[in-house]
Design a binder for this molecule. Structure first.
Ligand SMILES: [Zn+2]
Length: 119
């Protein structure tokens, strides 16, 4: 089980403010998953081989809230469910806890780790 971002499923990046015409592709900052022109989180279309498809943005674990829907890796592709808990880890200082319905939890995340969230 992992919440690691899997860019292998990324199909298309687009800026929500439209900085992605044919002449000017979205200038994506892959370090922060934002548009370099307007600093907003880019919208990312994720698709797997089974045809599951989601539009996500990438936010740091510390910004994820209970009841947010996030997209994560499963054996065969990607899946989506809602967050049951997102808070500082009770077990390790400086780490983050994230739990997702019917998937599991991880109490050893970096609070800075990027998570795919449905905007
Ligand atoms: Zn933009």
């Amino acid at each position: 089980m992992t919440f690691r971002v899997e860019i292998v499923f990324d199909k298309h990046y687009s800026c929500p403010s439209g900085h992605d015409s044919n002449e000017h592709a979205t200038d994506l900052d892959r370090r922060t998953w934002t548009c370099r022109t307007c600093q907003q989180s880019v919208h990312i279309e994720m698709v797997d081989k089974a045809g599951n498809s989601y539009i996500v943005e990438r936010r740091q674990a510390r910004e994820i809230r209970m009841d947010d829907y996030i997209v994560y890796r499963v054996k065969s592709g990607i899946a989506c469910n809602f967050v049951t808990g997102s808070n500082p880890s009770k077990y390790k200082v400086g780490k983050w806890y994230l739990g997702v319905k019917d998937f599991g939890s991880d109490a050893d995340l970096s609070p800075d780790q990027y998570i795919s969230r449905i905007p």
